[in-house]
Design a protein around this ligand. Structure first.
Ligand code: SF4
Length: 373
C-alpha cells in the first residue's frame, strides 16, 4: 500500500477567461513551463499566440518571472487576453505579489523566507485569500537557511550522509515555509522542493509527501541541456509518480519551452499519468534506410503533437522492417529510394514517387492521408 498521503486539491485559474486547472486530489498531473525572457518590451499578442501553441503541445500552466512593477503590469495585461493559467514568480518584493493579485493571475510563487517580515507575508496571504489565488512555495537547494547549511557542513565534516542531510534540509525548509502559512490559516498552497541532484529531489519529496497532504510541484532545478535535463527529470519524476507523488511537473531545460512541455507530457504518458494525444514512434535509422526519418520527424514532431487526435504515428526508415515494426500504428510513413509509402496498421495504403529532396511532396501526401483519419 502507498505510504504517502492523498493530497488536497487546489484549483488555480478560473478568473476572467482563464481555464481552471486542478492541482492535487484526483486531478490529472499537469505540465508547466516557464517563459524564458523578459516581459518588458515584449509583444503580448505574440506571447498569447505562443501560449496557445504551447497549450496544443500539452502545456497546462506557464510561469513568468516578475522582477519589477513594469513586468507585473505587463503580466496582468497578458492575463486579460489568454486563457492559459499564468503564474507570477516573485522574489524579495511583496509589493509585486500584491500588484499581481490585482488581476487575473492564476497562482503566485513566492518564498515567505525571502519576502521579509511576517506582516508582509500576511498581507500577501490576506489578499490571495480574498482573490482566491493559490500560492506555491518554491524551495531550492541553492538557497537554504543558514542554520541548515551549517548542519549540512557539519555532517560533511564528520563524513556523514551528506545526501540525506541535504534532502532533509530541503524538506525542513519547505516545512518552515508551510508553517508560516499555517499560522496565517492559509491552506491554498502547493510546494516544490527542487535540487539539481536527482537523489536529493526524490528523497526530499518523498519525506514531505509522507507527512503532508499538500500537492507537490516536481522539478529538478538547473537540470542542464536537453539530454541531461530530460534524463534527470525522467528518473526523478518517474520514481516519484510511481508512488503518486507529484501533482504538476516542470522539466527545466537549457532549451526551448516547447521541448520542456514535450518532455513533460512524454514522461507523464510513459508513467501512465496522461492518456490520449498523438504518440510518435520512429526508428533510429540504420544502413538499410531508404527514407530520411530524422528530417521527417524534425519537420513533423511539433505539428503532430499539437493535433487533437488520439493516434500513433510511425516514421520508419525502410520498407523491409518499417511497416512490420510499425504495424500497430494508425498511420505510418517509410520509403525506398524515390518511393514513399504510407501505411495503416502495417498495410500499405499509398505508394508515390518523389524526386530526391522533395520534402514538400512527401509532406503533402502525408498531410492528405493524415486528414483521412
Ligand atoms: S526500420 Fe529499417 S532503417 Fe529503421 S532501424 Fe529498422 S532496419 Fe534500420
Amino acid at each position: 500500500m502507498c505510504e504517502f498521503k492523498k493530497t488536497r486539491r487546489i484549483a488555480i485559474g478560473g478568473k476572467g477567461i482563464t481555464r481552471i486547472i486542478g492541482i492535487g486530489g484526483d486531478s490529472p498531473v499537469s505540465v508547466q513551463t516557464m517563459w524564458k525572457s523578459s516581459l518588458i518590451g515584449a509583444d503580448i499578442q505574440e506571447i498569447a499566440r505562443i501560449l496557445s501553441e504551447l497549450e496544443m503541445l500539452g502545456c497546462d500552466i506557464v510561469r513568468f518571472a516578475v522582477p519589477d512593477m513594469e513586468s507585473a503590469d505587463i503580466l496582468l495585461r497578458l492575463a486579460e487576453i489568454t486563457p492559459m493559467p499564468l503564474v507570477a514568480d516573485i522574489h524579495f518584493d511583496y509589493r509585486l505579489a500584491l500588484r499581481c493579485l490585482d488581476g487575473n493571475i492564476a497562482k503566485i510563487r513566492i518564498n515567505p523566507g525571502n519576502i521579509g517580515s511576517r506582516e508582509r507575508v500576511k498581507s500577501v496571504a490576506g489578499k490571495a485569500r480574498d482573490t482566491g489565488t493559490p500560492i506555491r512555495i518554491g524551495v531550492n537547494s541553492g538557497s537554504l537557511p543558514k542554520d541548515l547549511q551549517e548542519r549540512i557542513e557539519s555532517v560533511r565534516r564528520s563524513a556523514g550522509d551528506v545526501l540525506q542531510a541535504r534532502s532533509a534540509a530541503l524538506t525542513e525548509t519547505a516545512e518552515r515555509e508551510v508553517a508560516v502559512f499555517d499560522e496565517l490559516d492559509f491552506s491554498d498552497i502547493i510546494v516544490s522542493m527542487k535540487a539539481s541532484s536527482v537523489g536529493e529531489t526524490i528523497r526530499s519529496n518523498r519525506e514531505f509527501a509522507s507527512k503532508h497532504d499538500i500537492p507537490l510541484h516536481l522539478g529538478v532545478t538547473e537540470a542542464g541541456p536537453v539530454i541531461s535535463g530530460v534524463v534527470k527529470s525522467t528518473i526523478a519524476f518517474s520514481r516519484l509518480l510511481e508512488d503518486n507523488i507529484g501533482a504538476t511537473v516542470r522539466v527545466s531545460l537549457s532549451d526551448s519551452m516547447e521541448n520542456e512541455v514535450i518532455a513533460g507530457r512524454e514522461i507523464l504518458a510513459e508513467c501512465g499519468k496522461r492518456n490520449g494525444g498523438v504518440r510518435i514512434i520512429s526508428c533510429p535509422r540504420c544502413g538499410r534506410n531508404g527514407f530520411d526519418v530524422h528530417s521527417f520527424v524534425n519537420r513533423w514532431q511539433k505539428k503532430l503533437l499539437g493535433l487533437d487526435k488520439n493516434i500513433t504515428v510511425a516514421v520508419m526508415g525502410c520498407v523491409v522492417n518499417g511497416p512490420g515494426e510499425g504495424k500497430h500504428a494508425d498511420i505510418g510513413i517509410t520509403g525506398a529510394g524515390d518511393t514513399v509509402i504510407v501505411f495503416r496498421k502495417g498495410k500499405t495504403v499509398r505508394t508515390i514517387r518523389v524526386e530526391p529532396g522533395d520534402t514538400a511532396g512527401v509532406d503533402a501526401v502525408f498531410e492528405e492521408e493524415l486528414g483521412l483519419l
